[in-house]
Design a protein around this ligand. Structure first.
Ligand SMILES: NC(=O)c1ccc[n+]([C@@H]2O[C@H](COP(=O)([O-])OP(=O)(O)OC[C@H]3O[C@@H](n4cnc5c(N)ncnc54)[C@H](OP(=O)(O)O)[C@@H]3O)[C@@H](O)[C@H]2O)c1
Length: 366
């Protein structure tokens, strides 16, 4: 992993590279960002903020990245801020928790603005997913950390928004990405009644690095169980993103499950058809909708988590029986559902090919 000269306080970055900053440094999503950025042709990591381990080597937190990290160490917030105020341009990825991210981003953007530098932000937390502080506070039950910045963010999966009108992006999250990829075509094409029933299964990395009862191996291994049925915080976020992407006001009845694997998400979306359609017609409609979307594969065979785990690809399939549709989507929660989706957005924000650094395929037999 290259540490850019600006990070050492010695001049500007090479002209063909864009310095990247990662917040939430020791977390799982941050680790996935660092893995992707270590081979990215244009973004080079300049600073990685760790609130808990400033000065410690990245390789201690991420031994699997040791060959790429070398002796690079986590930075403090003051060091990150100094880096950003010295870098005329900067790609800022935030992988800190919700409730923390908004204030952190606001503070770094204010310092950058005062120094005349122009960072672009992709926030992977939930802090900028809603367009109003009231909508955020209704779900998260605490005041928004930077309400004045909400108009600077757009929340969408990259496949569902042509032109980005704001300076920054809020990543919709992992369950939402899979659900939206499966649902938005159905809503946009007017194929279904706007009540969708969603069953999703996530791997344990979806719960982050800090061990809790729900992610403890003896409890989670070889088991499958639902949690927060019809009351998960992501349902209102999915509804807001689906409305923005399709123009349809839809209700999502969402039941998440814990799956006995580390990486990946599988979602099944069901709805009532408005007019008769068979499986072939539905698959053709999905293929046409995602024509030109290089990370989306629509196939007649059922999508499998192992085929996309560790990648930025999403595999979809579907069935229709004249009255009901079922669309299945498999993604990797840490990659397409977080770090990869964020890099895809950042590629677009810097006018790079959206596939830059993201085309590695799955190992298949993990
Ligand atoms: N895991 C997923 O599949 C997934 C998918 C989509 C979106 N997300 C979102 O992405 C973000 C990161 O998720 P994650 O799974 O990587 O979580 P995680 O493993 O718990 O990591 C979050 C990191 O944020 C930092 N942090 C924690 N509390 C903090 C505080 N009070 N102030 C500043 N920094 C703090 C910590 O790193 P330092 O102490 O090193 O700073 C921590 O390791 C979250 O907002 C999550 O909702 C996660």
């Amino acid at each position: 992993m290259t540490i850019l000269p600006a990070a050492r306080g010695a001049g500007a970055e090479p002209s063909n590279t864009i310095p990247a900053v990662v917040l939430g440094g020791t977390g799982y999503v941050a680790g996935e960002l660092l893995r992707l950025l270590s081979t990215h042709p244009h973004f080079k990591v300049g600073a990685v903020l760790s609130d808990s381990q400033p000065g410690e080597p990245l390789a201690e937190a991420f031994p699997h990245l040791a060959a790429a990290c070398g002796d690079t160490r986590f930075a403090s917030q003051a060091e990150v801020q100094q880096f950003m105020t010295r870098s005329p341009r900067c790609a800022l990825f935030c992988a800190a928790p919700h409730g923390v991210s908004a204030q952190l981003i606001d503070s770094l953007l204010s310092a950058a603005s005062a120094a005349g530098t122009c960072p672009r932000v992709v926030d992977i937390s939930a802090d900028f997913r809603f367009s109003s502080a009231a909508a955020y506070e209704a779900v998260y039950k605490h005041p928004h950390g930077a309400p004045a910045r909400l108009p600077e963010f757009t929340c969408a999966v990259p496949e569902h928004l042509g032109k980005l009108e704001t300076a920054h992006v809020a990543h919709p999250g992992c369950f939402s990405t899979a659900t939206l990829l499966a649902s938005v075509p159905l809503l946009s094409l007017g194929l279904i009644a706007p009540t969708l029933f969603v069953s999703g299964v996530t791997g344990s990395t979806g719960a982050g690095r800090k061990p809790v009862a729900g992610t403890h191996h003896p409890l989670r291994h070889s088991d499958l169980y639902a949690y927060n049925a019809l009351s998960h915080r992501h349902a209102p976020e999915i509804e807001a993103c689906a409305r923005a992407a399709s123009g349809v006001e839809a209700q999502f009845a969402f039941v998440p499950h814990s799956g006995p694997f580390a990486r990946g998400i599988h979602v099944t979306v069901q709805a009532q058809l408005k007019k008769p359609l068979d499986t072939g017609g539905l698959l053709a409609a999905l293929r046409e909708f995602y024509a030109g979307s290089p990370f989306i594969r629509v196939a007649s065979s059922a999508p499998r988590v192992k085929d996309v785990a560790t990648t930025n690809y999403a595999h979809l399939s579907a069935a229709a029986n004249g009255r009901t549709v079922a669309v299945m989507c498999a993604i990797d929660n840490l990659n397409k559902g977080a770090a990869g989706g964020a890099v895809q957005w950042m590629n677009r924000m810097w006018d790079l090919p959206q596939t830059s650094g993201l085309t590695a395929t799955a190992p298949g037999w993990t």
